[in-house]
Design a protein around this ligand. Structure first.
Ligand code: UD1
Ligand code: CA
Length: 439
């Protein structure tokens, strides 16, 4: 149990120049989910943090819109211009006046941080009755990070940025991971004392370490175990690398839960997807967003599940099938070349190759639902124009365009009757032979 309440400040005002993008860095996505969302979700998943302040600046409106529409316990605070990380945290100070608890500071561009680590970090701070705890990490190549500086007795006394570091300081391999736990009451006065007389002309958050040491406060570092967790995104290459790390972790978790994955190099499954045991995932499957998939299913090869899929047991999702926001009950097959969106499929449904649920009206922008009840089947190349219901055990003839509900046990067919014109080809050949300049 913690002695105090905890709030978070998430730094997300920076420009992210190296992304070479018109979009704010923290809104870049991995598995369709913005980097910032990974961080806020990790913080919210801790046992203790109840309120978040997101510091926004570059493209503030876009970031704020995203935060507002997705998180009720997060408030955006504008930092303009961006004068450094210390100035950024100080922007939240007016909202924390008189707050007698802990404030954790995290960066909005480190999507791999886990709630377990943040929890452990806060508990470490709490149990040691510290005033300030800085997360550190040991890197063989510490370049670009702030270095953790200790005095002769190994006491942690300051953080020095790469650009301000002496030759000896640059050799230090313990770096500032950029995550802090601050006893707000004792340490927050530091923010009004920060100076920008450094190589970057910025107000450094890291300078609160030296200030706290000078005030005889208790300052400590917490050494991170898995350096991947503070992997910060600064470029499109980093984005791809982080996605790989996240994906690998997700696939390992699934395999531990009994999922069989044929090719881990070509399979991408979002961390928020759960899959039951003995389900087989074939190569080139891409699954984003939040989904549940049952036991004993067979997914892929080349299947795309986009978000909001609730798939039961013994379901087959075959090649070149896309599923979005749909419920699919047990023992149903969607085996080839189909799009199932905003739909509810019962159990033992058979979806013929090339079946499309036409769920979107591009003029009204309205998405509508397709309901296919137990035991129904669709012939190949059917288009089901939503909103539409195919009742229990009904059958759709191949090539049909279904615009009205179909009753149980009925056949619906819109195909023109087949004509067969005898010898049509033969007659054509005779008609044209010798007349077309044959060589
Ligand atoms: C910072 C630390 C460094 C640490 C590293 C870990 C400082 C001075 N340095 O350096 O010791 O090793 O993180 O990754 O803090 N931001 C704002 N407003 C600003 C400036 C930055 O919101 O005015 C945000 C950025 O969007 C980013 C985060 O703060 O999310 C970190 O800023 P960045 O400039 O990347 O810090 P580093 O130079 O990497
Ligand atoms: Ca910087």
């Amino acid at each position: 149990m913690l002695n105090k309440k905890v709030k978070s400040i998430i730094l997300a005002a920076g420009r992210g120049t190296r992304m070479k993008s018109e979009m704010p860095k923290v809104l870049h996505t991995i598995f369709n989910k913005p980097l910032l969302a990974y961080v806020i979700d990790a913080v919210n998943a801790t046992d203790s943090v109840d309120e978040n302040f997101v510091i926004v600046g570059h493209e503030a409106d876009k970031v704020e819109n995203f935060v507002k529409s997705n998180y009720s316990n997060a408030k955006c605070v504008l930092q303009s211009p961006q004068l450094g990380t210390g100035d950024a945290v100080n922007k939240a100070a007016p909202f924390l006046k008189g707050f007698d608890g802990y404030v954790i500071v995290v960066c909005g561009d480190t999507p791999l941080i886990t709630p377990e680590t943040i929890n452990d970090f806060i508990e470490f701070h709490n149990n040691n009755h510290a005033d300030l705890t800085v997360m550190s990490a040991i890197f063989d190549n510490p370049k670009n990070y702030g270095r953790i500086i200790r005095d002769r007795s190994k006491k942690f006394v300051a953080i020095v940025e790469e650009k301000d570091a002496t030759y000896e300081q640059k050799a230090v391999k313990e770096v500032n991971a950029g995550i802090y736990c601050i006893n707000w009451k004792t340490v927050s006065p530091a923010f009004d004392c920060l100076k920008n007389n450094n190589a970057q002309g910025e107000y450094y958050l890291t300078d609160i370490v030296k200030w706290s040491v000078e005030q005889n406060l208790t300052v400590q570092s917490y050494i991170l175990e898995n350096n991947d967790e503070i992997f910060g995104i600064n470029s499109k290459l980093h984005l791809a690398q982080a996605a790989k790390i996240l994906n690998k972790k997700s696939l390992l978790r699934l395999m531990e839960a009994g999922v069989q994955i044929t090719d881990i190099d070509s399979t991408f499954i979002s961390p928020e997807t759960t899959i039951g045991s003995d389900t087989l995932i074939l190569p080139n499957v891409y699954i984003t967003g939040k989904n549940t998939i049952g036991k004993n299913c067979k997914i892929g090869p080349f299947a795309h599940i986009r978000d909001g899929a609730e798939i039961g047991n013994n379901v087959r999702i075959g090649n070149f099938v896309e599923i979005k926001k749909s419920v699919i009950k047990d023992n149903t097959n969607v085996s080839h070349l189909s799009y199932i969106g905003d739909s509810e499929l019962g159990s033992r449904v058979n979806i013929g190759a090339g079946t499309i649920t036409a769920n979107y009206n591009p003029i009204t922008k309205v998405k509508s639902k397709t309901i296919i009840k137990d035991g129904a089947n669709t012939g190949s190349n059917s288009v089901l124009v939503a909103p539409v219901t195919i009742d229990e055990m009904a059958s759709i003839g191949a090539g049909s365009i279904i615009t009205k509900d179909v009753e149980a046990y009925s056949l619906a067919i819109t195909r023109a009757p087949m004509k067969c014109i005898k010898n049509w080809v033969k007659n054509k050949i005779e008609q044209f032979s010798g007349k077309t300049g044959e060589k």
